[in-house]
Structure formats: structure tokens, C-alpha cells
Design a protein around this ligand. Structure first.
Ligand SMILES: Cc1cc2nc3c(=O)[nH]c(=O)nc-3n(C[C@H](O)[C@H](O)[C@H](O)COP(=O)(O)OP(=O)(O)OC[C@H]3O[C@@H](n4cnc5c(N)ncnc54)[C@H](O)[C@@H]3O)c2cc1C
Length: 414
């Protein structure tokens, strides 16, 4: 292809990783690169993200700062300053705290923020539109690589061609399947119940993770507001078989179940949003690329939310792919060439596998009530709390701050 011709990258999927990648590429290359995001969900605006919030690690926050959207989001982002971990049964009268993280990623920089999804997606969409990303409310149904382009068919019957297709179309990615990329994975017999809870007393920026026999119950601090002045997001893991009974009794019964797990430390509780239940699974694509196609976000990997790292992996993928494509374009090279996609896969594969294995192992270790396992893990948590170096390692990993990580995650320009 003639190097002066405008190239195009199409991102299928307007989730947070897909929009972040599109914005990064368009900001870096301006008119030299056409960037199109296709997603039928764009037709319904941001409403589907209402009531969801994510723990965004320091690396993701630095990337949002670099992309110029953090100022617009920070009013909906609560820093997590401290995390307390306890391991007990539901019936235990007290829950001793075994492990605390009261450390910043770097001096004065919280290791994560709880960010509400709707304002974050709204800020990404506005910045994409302002930068000149085409936002197209249709899906991609077929992709056919032919020479230096990939020909795409949209759900409205129109076609489009690009140098690179990024499949950011979620865990059940049809584009991944159509490209013949295998998937290794399993379902957990658990669901993640998500809700926003209002409470009487301030949380002080502290997150809690109670390891209960059916799975972790996380309380994550949100920006103040709501009926009682203070709010937290909960991610409550339960056996899927028990979810209907736990949530089926109406809001008062649901709140009573939440109170049994939440405890009374933050005073009176009200339900502000939710609950919604999400079946949990682990999955990893056998490859992160095919001819002129790269997988991004949950299309490439799905992990247990025990450590709140699924989206963070997707953001790290967006930063890495943006870098590989940018490095190629700056040299006048083809952004969809095998070398470019290989560099992306090489950068992401090991870290993704390591994080997936860690979250799977943690979930297996903690979602059990067997006494020897409980004793061993409590000893393990106590040890970690006493070893500042090991704790720093956890925090470094949780905040996605790798010394040699993608430039955007380190707060640098692409
Ligand atoms: C209970 C729970 C709690 C979690 N908490 C956290 C947390 O605190 N921190 C964290 O980092 N992660 C967390 N995660 C993980 C996080 O939710 C996901 O990793 C993230 O939302 C994945 O984003 P995505 O854009 O890849 O996929 P999705 O959000 O599934 O988006 C895929 C998009 O693709 C679109 N699409 C589908 N098919 C097509 C097509 N053919 N063409 C075009 N578009 C298409 C869809 O409409 C959709 O908009 C949690 C997950 C769960 C289940």
C-alpha cells in the first residue's frame, strides 16, 4: 500500500478498553489514521453502564490522564487508600482483619480508584467524538482478510475495509470464533452480585474484602452521595445455585442478606442501585491475534473479579496495542502486519496468564470452608502482612505499574 494513503483501524466493541484504544490512536495520529468504533450498543448511550463501578489501578488512571479525560471523571472516582482483608464464616461474631494495604502505588498516588462506569464511558465517548473517531452504532458480522486489508460486513449490510480489526466484542466474542481462535476456559459455580449501597458513616477510602466460604464479599468505596450521604459498591460472590433464593425475596430481604455480610461498621444501610448477578468464568484465548485481527479486553481473557483486575488487564492491552500500532505507523509500516500483532501478543500474553492463574488460585483457596485450608491461608495472610516487600509486590501488580510496561500506563505519551 502507498505509505501516504490514510489507513484505518476498526474497533468492534465500545467497552472501556475498546474506546480507550480508539481514543489513544486517534489522538496520536490525527488525520493520518481513520479510527472507527462499531457497536450496536452505541445506539442506547451510556445507560447500560449505570450502577456499575470498577477498581481502576494507578496505571489505568495515568493513561486516562494522558488521554485528557481524567479531569472529567475524577468527580466520580474515589481513591482506595487502604484495604482490609478478613477471613471468616458468616456466623462468626467478629471478623479479625488479617491483612491491610495502606500503601500508595507511589508517594501520594493511590494504588487504585473506584470509578463509576457511566461517567467514565461518557467521558471516553465525548473525547472520541471530539478527536474525530467515527462512532458507528452497528455491529460487525463478518471479517475477511484480503492482502493488506480486512474487509468487514456490518449489521446494516454495509461494508468497510481496514488495515486492522480489533475485536473488543466481549467474552463471547463472535469475531474471535469466526477467526478460528480457540478458547480455554471454565465456568465457576459462582456469580458476582453487584450493587451500590448507601451507608450512614464515611468509609474513609477503605476497601474491605471479607473471604466468606461461598466466595469473597468486597466493599469498595465510592464518592459520597445518595440518601445517607455515603456510598460503597459491593461485589458479592455467591454460589450460582443460591442466587435466586438470596435475591428473590424483594429489596428488604436482599438488603438484610447484604447487611449480614457487610457488617455494622458503617451504620445503617440502604440499597442505592442493583443488585445484578453475573455468572463468573475463567477464559483465555489460545492466541491474541489472527490475520489483521487483534483481540482486546474480555474477548482475549476473562478472569474472576476477586482482585478487580479484568478491566485493568483490558486497559493494559489497549495501551500495549496502541503502542505497537503507533510504533509501526511512525516508521511508515503497516499497522496490521504480523510483526506488529506479534509484538502486542508477546507483551500481553504472559502477564495475562499470570494474573488469570493468580485470581483462579486465590478464588480456589478462599472459596472453601475446609479447616486445614482455612488455617493455612490465614497463616499465609498474616505472613504477607508482616513482609512489606511482598506487599509492595502485590500493590505493584494490582496497580499495573511495571517498569517496562506500556508507555501510556506509565503516564508517558504514546
Ligand atoms: C462482578 C464483576 C465485577 C468486576 N469488577 C471489576 C473491577 O473492579 N475492576 C476491573 O478491572 N474489572 C472488573 N470486572 C471485569 C470487567 O467488568 C470486564 O473485564 C470489562 O468490563 C470487559 O470490557 P470489554 O469491553 O472487554 O467487554 P464488554 O464490556 O463485554 O463489552 C463488549 C462490547 O462489544 C459489543 N459487541 C458485541 N458484539 C459485537 C459485534 N459483533 N460488533 C461490534 N460490537 C460488539 C457489546 O455491545 C459490548 O458493548 C468485573 C467483572 C465482574 C463480572
Amino acid at each position: 500500500m502507498d505509505g501516504s494513503r490514510q489507513r484505518r483501524v476498526v474497533v468492534a466493541g465500545a467497552g472501556i478498553p475498546g474506546l480507550s484504544l480508539a481514543l489513544a490512536l486517534k489522538q496520536a495520529h490525527g488525520p493520518a489514521l481513520a479510527v472507527t468504533v462499531c457497536d450496536p450498543g452505541l445506539a442506547s448511550g451510556t445507560a447500560r453502564h449505570r450502577g456499575r463501578a470498577y477498581a481502576v489501578a494507578a496505571g489505568g488512571r495515568r493513561m486516562f490522564e494522558r488521554l485528557g479525560i481524567w479531569d472529567g471523571v475524577s468527580a466520580a472516582a474515589e481513591p482506595i487508600r487502604d484495604m482490609a482483608v478478613s477471613d471468616s464464616r458468616l456466623t462468626d461474631p467478629v471478623r479479625p482483619v488479617f491483612l491491610t494495604f495502606a500503601q500508595d502505588a507511589k508517594a501520594g498516588e493511590p494504588f487504585a480508584h473506584m470509578v463509576e462506569a457511566e461517567p467514565l464511558v461518557a467521558a471516553l465517548l465525548a473525547a472520541c467524538a471530539a478527536a474525530g473517531v467515527a462512532l458507528d452504532p452497528v455491529g460487525i458480522t463478518a471479517a475477511d482478510p484480503v492482502g493488506e486489508t480486512i474487509d468487514l460486513v456490518r449489521t446494516d449490510g454495509t461494508s468497510l475495509s481496514a488495515s486492522l480489526l480489533v475485536a473488543a466484542d466481549g467474552a463471547r466474542s463472535r469475531l474471535r470464533e469466526a477467526a478460528g481462535i480457540g478458547w480455554v476456559g471454565w465456568s465457576y459455580p459462582q456469580s458476582g452480585i453487584v450493587a451500590t449501597v448507601g451507608h450512614e458513616h464515611p468509609h474513609g477510602g477503605r476497601a474491605y474484602e471479607h473471604f466468606l466460604p461461598s466466595g469473597p464479599f468486597a466493599i469498595l468505596p465510592l464518592v459520597d452521595g445518595g440518601a445517607l450521604g455515603h456510598r460503597s459498591s459491593i461485589v458479592w460472590t455467591e454460589r450460582t445455585a443460591d442466587v435466586a433464593a438470596l435475591l428473590g425475596g424483594g429489596p428488604d430481604e436482599t438488603l438484610a442478606e447484604i447487611e449480614r455480610r457487610f457488617g455494622h461498621g458503617l451504620g445503617r444501610l440502604v440499597l442505592e442501585a442493583g443488585p445484578s448477578a453475573h455468572p463468573l468464568a475463567f477464559g483465555l484465548a489460545r492466541r491474541f491475534r489472527a490475520e489483521r485481527l487483534a483481540l482486546l479486553g474480555d474477548a482475549a481473557h476473562v478472569i474472576h473479579p476477586i482482585a478487580g483486575q479484568g478491566l485493568n488487564l483490558g486497559l493494559a492491552g489497549a495501551a500495549s496495542l496502541a503502542e505497537a500500532v503507533t510504533d509501526a505507523l511512525r516508521l511508515g509500516l503497516d499497522p496490521g502486519a504480523p510483526d506488529v500483532l506479534r509484538a502486542y501478543e508477546r507483551d500481553r500474553r504472559f502477564e495475562t496468564l499470570a494474573m488469570g492463574a493468580m485470581t483462579d488460585g486465590l478464588n480456589r483457596l478462599f472459596s472453601t470452608d475446609a479447616l486445614p485450608v482455612r488455617l493455612a491461608r490465614d497463616l499465609g495472610l498474616g505472613l504477607v502482612d508482616r513482609l512489606p516487600g511482598l506487599k509492595r509486590l502485590f500493590i505493584g501488580q494490582a496497580s499495573a505499574l511495571r517498569g517496562d510496561g506500556p508507555r501510556l500506563l506509565r503516564g508517558q505519551d504514546l
